[in-house]
Design a protein around this ligand. Structure first.
Ligand SMILES: Cc1cc2nc3c(=O)[nH]c(=O)nc-3n(C[C@H](O)[C@H](O)[C@H](O)COP(=O)(O)OP(=O)(O)OC[C@H]3O[C@@H](n4cnc5c(N)ncnc54)[C@H](O)[C@@H]3O)c2cc1C
Length: 469
């Protein structure tokens, strides 16, 4: 398929959640829209996602009896969790938009039943709205909405450049030999989880994990929007931000969370965390150990460490089946020893430290109280039945990247002086302005793309109206 040689008010690049939200919103504001997608289908990472959307002050919350949640409360939580190391104006816009976007999605036909409302991460208030049918269903609704509006969609077209006029305003895109002119361009090209060079430059925590590091993102998460925008002078923000999840490297399995019955020890052979801590925070705690971290368990756990009826988070990932663990021993990824002293020596831990950590843990199990880290007692397991096992754990699975084009609260891309680049807008994972140092919890990846996709669509349509085509 080749791009049509005709003008549009708005060209949206990337047809994931951000791009389709932008396209629908720009269309509904009166703009003619072309949506360009490199893949042979729409969806991107959004289609692969769990479909959790973060929002505060929604009708779903009210139906669940949560009557007093608000943008203000979400903002206070967002800024505190991120120690105010995120642009307050952008965060504020995000917080004030989430309920509007959720109602918009409900109107389009996405289902968010009350039963699918969860408290995400370390959040005390249930704000994570899980779409029925996960990301795939969300994408199906957005695609249907684009098609119903007769928005032009060009699949299989990789945008590789921007066209600027003599004043530097963005006035179109290029894709190979094809060009399309438009009043405004919205980048919604997603993240760069599959681009090793960009990981090295902008997400060193991920790149540091070397061969362990892999991304669950859609395969076109190559950072095209970031590179093209940077090439015309866009500012980049969100250095080293994103969501890295811990893994044992036993297999490339998206295992979130790790089985919470594991005992984690640092290079000193000491436990350092409630191993059951939510995924938005445990990565930072593991990295803060500044040395290898190992998961320790015994033969009893290898054989029977399955789900605990009292706590669904005590599940077993496919890496931790009895057979997979033995396969890990055979391949050398999992270490096994008949005594904790021998295992500790193999891991080069302080002599006696591992045995002492296990003794303390066994004591907590007997008392049904973890007086060190306050892990839920039903998730504690004894480490007492030989042989003993150890497997290294590293934050290395990239769920999303959080560095990208710097935007203002209206989703206008900023240059190095903080001035909007005329005609260029962005929303979603291609931007670097929304996520802070700590992931808020399930729903903020989609929250970012859906909210700032809509905002970019509205701003670009208004810009097109003002400048004409
Ligand atoms: C397995 C998985 C589970 C997740 N679960 C959740 C969850 O439950 N909740 C949550 O909040 N977050 C979740 N996330 C994160 C979240 O899904 C993403 O951050 C979000 O969907 C990104 O949306 P986007 O529109 O910015 O990018 P994408 O959805 O990735 O869309 C970008 C699109 O741009 C296209 N593109 C790229 N380059 C070009 C180019 N040069 N020209 C044309 N097109 C281009 C891509 O092909 C893609 O279709 C998950 C992520 C993954 C991978």
């Amino acid at each position: 398929m080749t791009l049509e040689k005709r003008d549009y008010d708005v060209v949206v690049v990337g047809a994931g959640g951000g791009g389709m939200s932008a396209a629908i919103t720009a269309h509904d504001a009166g703009a003619s829209v072309l949506l360009v997608e490199v893949g042979d289908a729409v969806g991107g990472s959004t289609a692969l996602s769990g479909g959790f959307v973060y929002a505060a002050g929604t009708s779903v919350q009210r139906a669940a009896g949560i009557l007093h949640d608000s943008a203000e409360a979400m903002f206070a939580y967002y800024m505190t969790l991120n120690q105010w190391k995120v642009d307050p104006a952008v965060a504020w816009r995000y917080c004030t938009e989430t309920a509007v976007t959720l109602e918009w999605l409900l109107e389009l036909g996405v289902e968010f039943p009350v039963a699918n409302l969860h408290a995400a991460g370390v959040d005390g208030v249930p704000r994570s709205h899980e779409a029925v049918g996960e990301g795939r269903a969300l994408v199906a609704v957005l695609e249907r909405s684009c098609r119903e509006r007769h928005i032009d969609i060009a699949l299989g077209q990789r945008v590789d450049g921007l066209i600027q006029d003599s004043d530097g305003a963005v006035v179109g895109v290029t894709s190979g030999a094809d060009q399309v002119s438009a009043a405004g361009v919205i980048f919604a090209t997603g993240g760069f989880g599959h681009n090793r060079d960009l990981l090295q430059q902008y997400y060193p925590d991920a790149a540091d994990a070397g061969d362990w590091c892999w991304s669950v993102s859609g395969r076109h998460a190559m950072g095209d929007g970031l590179v093209i925008g940077r090439g015309i002078g866009a500012s980049i923000s969100g250095y080293n931000r994103g969501l890295l999840l811990p893994t044992t490297g036993m297999d490339r399995v998206f295992e979130t969370p790790l089985p919470s019955w594991l005992m984690l020890v640092n290079a000193a052979g000491m436990r350092f965390v409630d191993e059951n801590a939510p995924h938005p925070v445990i990565t930072g705690v593991i990295r803060a150990q500044r040395g290898p971290v190992h998961a320790i368990f015994d033969e009893e756990a290898r054989q029977h460490g399955g789900p605990h009826p009292e706590n669904v988070r005590c599940e077993r990932s496919s890496n931790f089946t009895p057979d997979a663990i033995i396969a890990g021993v055979t391949s050398g990824v999992v270490r096994r020893a008949t005594t904790l002293a021998a295992l500790g020596a193999e891991l080069r831990l302080e002599p006696g430290a591992l045995g002492a950590a296990a003794n303390r843990q066994n004591h907590h199990v007997a008392r049904r109280r973890d007086s060190e880290f306050f892990k839920a007692p039903q998730c504690l397991r004894e480490v007492s039945a030989p042989p003993f096992y150890a497997v290294e754990v590293k934050p290395a699975i990239i769920s999303f990247t959080g560095c990208g084009l710097k935007i203002d609260p209206d989703a206008r891309v900023l240059d190095l002086t903080g001035t909007p680049i005329r005609g260029l807008f962005a929303g979603g994972e291609v931007t670097g302005s929304v996520h802070g140092k700590r992931y808020l919890g399930g729903g903020n990846g989609l929250g970012n793309c859906l909210n700032f996709g809509r905002i970019a669509g509205a701003t670009a349509a208004e810009y097109a109206r003002l400048v004409g085509v």
